[in-house]
Design a protein around this ligand. Structure first.
Ligand code: ADP
Ligand code: MG
Length: 340
C-alpha cells in the first residue's frame, strides 16, 4: 500500500482514542476548559450516563465568533505559545486536542459569547465534519454539547458500560475536581433531574467542601496536613487510621491542583501509614502537592493522569516524612482498629 497522508478527521478520531475513553473523559476535558476559562459556575447536564448527552455550560471568558473554528481544530490552543510556556503552564489544558478529538466522535456543538459581544454564536461539528458559524443567543460564557458519543465508532461504543457505571465514573471525576476547586460552583443533572450540587465560593482547605464531597465520616476523622520544605508544600487532609477503607476509593492526590496518580507518592503515603494501619486496609486522603511547575513534567500522557517529577526521591521522602509526622499522635497508642 502506498504511503498516504491521513485526512484531519481520521487523525482526530485516532487521537480521540487516547483522550476520550468514555463519557467521564469528555466531562473532564470540558469542565477543565471551563475552569481554564475562569468560570466560577459550571452546569453539567447528562443523559443516559453521558452517552446520549453531555452538556457543559460555563460563565467563563467565552470565545470570539471567528475563533470557534480554531477551537475545534487540532493543536490550536490559547494556553501555550512556546516550549518555555510548557515549563510554567498553570492551566489544566495546553495540548489543543480535546475539542477536535471529542467533536470527531460525536454530534457536537460549541456555542459561546464573550462578555463584551452583543450576541453569541455557535459552531456545529458532526463526526468531525465542521459546519458553519451561526449566530446564537447565549449568555456570556460557553456551552459545549456532546451528543451520541462514539455514534460513528462502533468499536468504542462496545466498551461503554451500563448507564449507572458511566455516571459513576463521571461523578467520581467531578468529586475529585470539586475537592481541588471549591471556588467553583458545580451543578449536575442526569436525565433531567438535579443530582448533585457543589456550592462553590469557598477557599481551598475548606472543611465545607470536604464534607460535601467525602461525607461527614471522613470529615470527622480528618487530620489537617500543611507542611513546606525544600520548595515543596504538602497540604490537605488525611483520615485517621480508624477511618481506613477496604479499597483505595478515597485517595485523592493533586500536583499543582491537577488530579493525578503517582506510584511514588502513593508508595510514600502507604509507607507512612504502614505501622498505624491494619494489613490490607487502605488509607483515605486528599493531598495537594505544590511545587515549582518547572520541577514537574505534566506532559507525560494525553489525558494528563500522570506527571514526572524531576526529583522523585526528594518528593517521595518529603511526602513520607510529612505524613509520618502528622500521624505521630495516632501512633502513640497501639494500632487503631478499623471502624467497620
Ligand atoms: P486546550 O484546552 O488544550 O487548549 P482544547 O481542545 O480543550 O485544548 O480547547 C481549545 C481551545 O478552545 C482552548 O485553548 C480555548 O482557547 C478554547 N476553549 C475551549 N473551551 C473553552 C471554554 N469553555 N471557554 C473558553 N474557551 C474555551
Ligand atoms: Mg482543554
Amino acid at each position: 500500500m502506498p504511503i498516504l497522508q491521513l485526512p484531519d478527521t481520521l487523525i482526530n478520531q485516532i487521537a480521540a482514542g487516547e483522550v476520550v475513553e468514555r463519557p467521564a473523559s469528555v466531562v473532564k476535558e470540558l469542565v477543565e476548559n471551563a475552569v481554564d476559562a475562569g468560570a466560577d459556575r459550571i452546569d453539567i447536564d447528562l443523559e443516559e450516563g453521558g452517552v446520549r448527552l453531555i452538556r457543559v455550560r460555563d460563565n467563563g471568558s467565552g470565545i470570539a465568533p471567528d475563533e470557534l473554528p480554531l477551537a475545534v481544530s487540532r493543536h490550536a490552543t490559547s494556553k501555550i505559545g512556546s516550549l518555555d510556556d510548557l515549563e510554567t503552564v498553570a492551566t489544566m489544558g495546553f495540548r489543543g486536542e480535546a475539542l477536535p478529538s471529542i467533536a470527531s466522535v460525536s454530534r457536537f456543538v460549541l456555542a459561546s459569547r464573550r462578555g463584551d459581544d452583543g450576541h453569541g454564536s455557535a459552531l456545529p461539528v458532526e463526526g468531525g465534519r465542521v459546519g458553519a458559524v451561526e449566530p446564537r443567543q447565549h449568555p456570556p460564557g460557553t456551552t459545549v454539547e456532546v451528543r451520541d458519543l462514539f455514534y460513528n465508532v462502533p468499536a468504542r461504543r462496545k466498551f461503554l458500560r451500563a448507564e449507572r457505571t458511566e455516571l459513576g465514573h463521571i461523578e467520581e471525576w467531578l468529586r475529585s475536581l470539586a475537592l481541588a476547586r471549591p471556588d467553583v460552583e458545580l451543578r449536575i443533572s442526569h436525565n433531567g433531574k438535579p443530582t448533585r450540587r457543589y456550592k462553590g465560593g469557598t477557599e481551598l482547605f475548606s472543611d465545607d467542601r470536604l464534607h460535601e464531597t467525602l461525607g461527614p465520616e471522613f470529615a470527622k476523622h480528618a487530620l489537617r496536613v500543611d507542611h513546606a520544605a525544600a520548595g515543596l508544600r504538602l497540604h490537605g487532609w488525611i483520615a485517621q487510621p480508624a477511618y481506613s477503607r477496604a479499597s483505595a476509593d478515597q485517595q485523592y492526590l493533586y500536583v499543582n491542583r491537577r488530579p493525578v496518580r503517582d506510584r511514588s507518592v502513593a508508595h510514600a503515603v502507604r509507607q507512612a501509614f504502614g505501622d498505624v494501619m491494619y494489613h490490607g486496609r487502605q488509607p483515605a486522603y486528599v493531598l495537594f502537592l505544590d511545587l515549582d511547575p518547572a520541577r514537574v513534567d505534566v506532559n507525560v500522557h494525553p489525558a494528563k493522569h500522570e506527571v514526572r517529577f524531576r526529583d522523585t526521591r526528594l518528593v517521595h521522602d518529603f511526602v513520607y516524612r510529612t505524613l509520618h509526622e502528622a500521624l505521630a499522635d495516632t501512633r502513640a497508642g497501639s494500632q487503631v482498629a478499623p471502624a467497620f
